[in-house]
Design a protein around this ligand. Structure first.
Ligand code: SF4
Ligand code: SF4
Length: 385
């Protein structure tokens, strides 16, 4: 028999998908109810039924770089309708985690982020690095007086420290994403999405970017969920809260270095904008935690990767709020240690982005761009009409 007709299962891959949360994948008996109930699945080559059999058979090459894995927005509708409790939503989430690990640069970081045993080390590294910089600056013991975080970790060294690691993080992201894009492209030659009578032709990458950004800004895909409808609002709050804080940080740096206007008064519009963004994130993430804890016993399994990302994000928000309050109430003995913890968790959130659940945001954006570029998204849209 020619090699092309032989199925070559990768048992190690199946084991890893099970470990990453796809433990019920073997219960699937290919009835296709999940593909019918999925509002995001196109008529031509629908998902997630085909991904379920690929996962069962250990067809790693078919799943890695499968754009449909990323068109799934984990609404959980298919988990509810599956008559075998095979949890296709969780299996696809596990495949996404595996995909990120597979494309990670350096690869060992992708593996380390997924293992609880490495968590103390991953938090210990930024703690030691920050302590070393503070020791070098001679501010491990900040001078007595009013709480002023700039006297603990001076602004310029702080920005150089984080800026250097952010630059490395961006390089790691670009390497991983370019590997992913290459594999997505190889799919176009193997499987044309444009032959359906209901689909249109491919578009340019630029048009794909505009369409994907529009999808992300409006969270339209989350709105189509039935089972987890609330997730639309909690994700929207978290997303815009994070974006607001990101813009505030950039604006404050510009204010300090370009206009030499720093510190900002309490009721400065930028401060108000930053505080409203923090509040939006707090509400959004608290809501996500509540919903996940509720569903954990019910229709959806949240894995170690899910919880680690959510709790680190939550730790960033809480320590950020407490840091600000402690500056106002001026309790130096607690304020500086809390600020130190805040910096450690900010590092863990931002610098480990290419290897954590946070990377989903980047990979999904790339997959959405590619889906439009390849015409796959048009197939989804025409199926929705
Ligand atoms: S995952 Fe469930 S609904 Fe989907 S094909 Fe398998 S058994 Fe059917
Ligand atoms: S989780 Fe939702 S979007 Fe993903 S395959 Fe299932 S029904 Fe479709």
């Amino acid at each position: 028999m020619p090699d092309a007709y032989l199925v070559k299962p990768d048992r190690e891959f199946v084991r890893e998908i099970i470990d990453l949360g796809g433990e019920s994948l073997k219960q699937c008996f290919q009835c296709a109810t999940c593909s019918i109930s999925c509002t995001l699945s196109p008529d031509r080559h629908p998902f997630p039924r085909k991904e379920m059999i690929w996962a069962q058979w250990g067809l790693k090459d078919k799943l890695i770089g499968d754009p449909d894995v990323w068109l799934c927005h984990r609404c959980g509708d298919c988990n509810v309708t599956c008559p075998r409790s095979a949890a296709p939503s969780d299996v696809l989430a596990a495949v996404r985690d595996y995909t990120i690990r597979n494309y990670s640069f350096p690869r060992f970081m992708g593996k380390a982020l997924g293992k609880p045993a490495f968590l103390p080390l991953l938090l210990g590294i930024p703690a030691v690095l920050i302590l070393a910089v503070l020791a070098g600056l001679g501010t491990l013991n900040p001078p007595p007086g009013d709480v002023e975080y700039g006297r603990f970790f001076a602004h310029l060294p702080l920005q150089i420290f984080f800026g250097s690691f952010v630059a490395l993080m961006i390089v790691a992201c670009l390497v991983g994403v370019s590997r992913f894009w290459k594999d997505l492209n190889s799919r176009i030659s193997r499987q044309s999405f444009n032959q359906s009578s209901t689909t249109a032709s491919t578009s340019s990458v630029g048009t794909g970017i505009v369409g994907a950004v529009k999808d992300i800004l409006t969270h339209t895909k989350f709105r189509d969920c039935t089972e987890n409808k609330n997730r639309y609002i909690s994700h929207l709050l978290t997303f815009y809260g994070f974006a607001g804080l990101f813009l505030t940080t950039i604006a404050v740096v510009i204010s300090e270095y370009v206009f030499h206007y720093y510190p900002l008064p309490l009721f400065h519009p930028l401060k108000i904008f930053g505080n409203v963004s923090t509040l939006a994130m707090l509400v959004g993430v608290t809501w996500i935690i509540y919903e996940r804890a509720r569903k954990q016993r019910d229709t959806e399994i949240s894995t170690y990767n899910d919880w680690t990302f959510i709790w680190i994000l939550y730790a960033v928000i809480i320590t950020g709020i407490v840091t600000e309050i402690l500056r106002f109430v001026n309790i130096a003995s607690v304020a500086y240690p809390v600020y130190f913890v805040h910096l450690v968790v900010v590092f863990a959130l931002l610098i480990y982005l290419p290897f954590s659940r946070f990377a989903h945001m980047v990979y999904r954006t790339v997959a959405l761009v590619h889906a439009r570029y390849s015409g796959r998204e048009e197939a989804v849209e025409s199926a929705e009409q």
